[in-house]
Design a protein around this ligand. Structure first.
Ligand SMILES: [Zn+2]
Length: 149
């Protein structure tokens, strides 16, 4: 049996991810890969992921898959000298970003679009977030703070 609050959390996290990728974070990053649904067309609630790069900061890029098939992005500009500059956004990043977003420090300090992120997710949770909210949650998940915006 499916736990209704788990379903709500899954839909919220995937929704924040796709909203961020399809509009929220595009002003500071470019996506090199983007996966949110399975081959059959069903949502991939556990395995969604995207590799993004801050292309203002890092312009001379190459990509390569490692032995496990994971995509990496390397910057070849002076100063970076081939370092891995890809930022992986997955469920762990969204979950961490959401956890930080509901902490007193960030929940009260950031300019959320309408309501603040709900502290507890239940089956009745219906947070009306926008692309800016999704962007802040991704940034919190990646950087522990909001860097861009
Ligand atoms: Zn660079």
């Amino acid at each position: 049996m499916t736990n209704p609050s788990v379903t709500t959390r899954n839909e919220l996290f995937l929704g924040l991810f796709t909203t961020a990728l399809e509009g929220g974070i595009g002003y500071w990053s470019q996506a090199l890969s983007y996966h949110w649904c399975n081959d059959g067309g069903t949502e991939d609630y556990e395995g969604f992921n995207a590799l993004v790069v801050d292309t203002e900061e890092h312009e001379c890029l190459s990509t390569r898959r490692d032995d496990a098939g994971v995509l990496h992005a390397y910057c070849h500009e002076e100063g970076c000298d081939g370092k891995d500059v890809g930022l992986l956004i997955n469920r762990d990043v969204i979950a961490k970003g959401y956890r930080l977003a509901t902490s007193p420090a960030w929940r009260n300090a950031l300019a959320w679009s309408s309501d603040k992120p709900p502290l507890i997710i239940t089956e009745d949770t219906d947070w009306d977030y926008d692309a800016g909210d999704a962007d802040m949650i991704v940034q919190l998940g990646l950087f522990d703070k909001v860097v861009f915006g």
